[in-house]
Design a protein around this ligand. Structure first.
Ligand SMILES: C=C(O[C@H]1C=CC=C(C(=O)O)[C@@H]1O)C(=O)O
Length: 405
């Protein structure tokens, strides 16, 4: 980080993860600063970025990843909607040691975060006081979703549409008193997921425990994306290698693979490695996953991340195939705005690495409630009631994290 001042190194003896997560969120929300706090898959470490003046990126353009400074990107489902960038102005790393840095001019903001974190155990510091209440609107009936699945199946049988991901949302009353514990428990229960909690004055506060990587590029120039789809409940009595999948689920995931391969074809990228599909576990759910990797130096495509971001989002795992009729169906049949759900978010150019995840298994957090979101891939073979139950299982990831404290 250029022109940064290392303000404090190894302060873990005085402040623990819980206090720093709560203190950072409280301090950022109190001042309407943007904040992102995340933990990568298979990691116990957390990173926190705070930016008092986050950048609004151009609405109709795909973010140019290579030109962005280091920070955290938030994009909604709608490709032409505003995207937000939280620059690395304050950085707190919660690992075996706790290190903090602030860019010149932001030292007092970091001081406020640390001071607030020291007070975090004080129960009067309530995040709920800093968030708006959400009015409880009449919730859409379960039957509305089932009718939507029936409508999708009919169109799939009678048109070029092969698959559409139909989503629903649901409000749930929660107590925010221990939000930092919710976040840390998600880390424990979903070791392979990316866990993120982020706030921007324009988007509000969101939490996600997603199993789906949209794309990443590492410091060695390796590009990676995945095709993740197909869902079933994990049964601890069946070893993962013995899990079987129905024709519908195999086809649903294969459509995501085909979508990614078509993106590679569009840019004439032939030298990629495909691994899978294999079954992966994400807490109480199982999915089918295929991984695609390419070496950007060998294929001489240093900007592959940006190019693929433009082509991939929204993938067939959250939208459908072909893309245009799937988007049209979603716009006509979903009775709510997806906002950040099934958009993407994640660190950009942090120590020369970028990792954007699809914002799934997520909720918007309000003062006393959360709005949960989930979708399911509908094909000609879908059973409407089963798809509805699948959205419930997906919503339970975040919903139960708040209930099971
Ligand atoms: C759309 C969601 O999941 C996607 C990712 C994995 C499996 C999916 C499925 O089986 O439908 C979805 O494509 C969601 O979690 O809301």
């Amino acid at each position: 980080m250029n022109s940064s001042t290392i303000v404090q190194t190894d302060i873990s003896s005085t402040l623990c993860k819980q206090d720093l997560i709560k203190g950072s969120l409280y301090s950022a929300l109190r001042h309407s600063y943007a904040i992102a706090c995340w933990s990568n898959p298979e990691s116990k470490n957390w990173d926190i970025l705070i930016d008092p003046q986050p950048t609004l990126l151009a609405e109709n353009k795909t973010p140019y990843l290579h030109k962005l400074p280091s920070g955290f990107l938030i994009a909604p489902f709608k490709s032409n909607a505003a995207k937000y960038f939280i620059q690395n102005k304050i950085h707190i790393q919660l690992g075996d040691t706790v290190n903090c840095s602030a860019q010149a001019g932001h030292e007092s903001t970091l001081e406020d975060v640390l001071q607030t974190s020291r007070l975090a155990k004080d129960t009067s510091l309530s995040l709920a006081d800093l968030l708006p209440e959400k009015e409880f609107l009449t919730q859409s009936a379960d039957q509305d979703y089932i009718n939507g699945v029936e409508a999708a199946k009919e169109i799939i049988v009678n048109s070029e549409l092969q698959k559409v991901v139909l989503a629903r949302s649901k409000d749930k009353q929660v107590n925010l008193a221990n939000l930092e514990t919710v976040v840390l428990n998600l880390r424990e229960h979903y070791p392979l997921a990316y866990i993120g909690i982020f706030f921007h004055p324009e988007t509000g506060l969101w939490i996600s425990a997603t199993p789906e990587l949209l794309l990443c590029t590492d410091r060695n120039g390796t590009f990676k994306t995945v095709a993740l789809a197909g869902t079933q409940k994990y049964n601890p009595e069946i070893p993962i290698r013995d899990v079987s999948w129905t024709h519908k689920e195999i086809e649903e995931q294969a459509l995501v693979c085909r979508y990614i391969i078509n993106c590679f074809k569009t840019i004439r990228l032939r030298e990629y490695v495909e691994q899978g599909p294999r079954t992966i576990q994400s807490g109480s759910l199982l999915h089918l996953k295929t991984e695609y990797t390419a070496n950007t130096s060998e294929v001489n495509m240093q900007e592959l991340g940006t190019t693929m971001l433009q082509l991939l989002h929204p993938t067939s795992a959250v939208c459908g195939m072909p893309k245009k009729p799937a988007i049209d169906f979603i716009e006509r049949h979903e009775q709510f705005d997806r906002k950040l759900f099934s958009g993407y978010s994640g660190p950009v150019n942090m120590e020369k690495e970028t990792a954007l995840y699809v914002t799934l298994r997520c909720a918007q957090v309000h003062a006393n409630s959360i709005t949960l979101y989930a979708g399911a891939g509908i094909t000609a073979d879908s059973v409407p009631q089963k798809e509805f139950e699948e959205t419930n299982l997906k919503m339970n990831v975040i919903g139960n994290a708040f209930s099971n404290l």
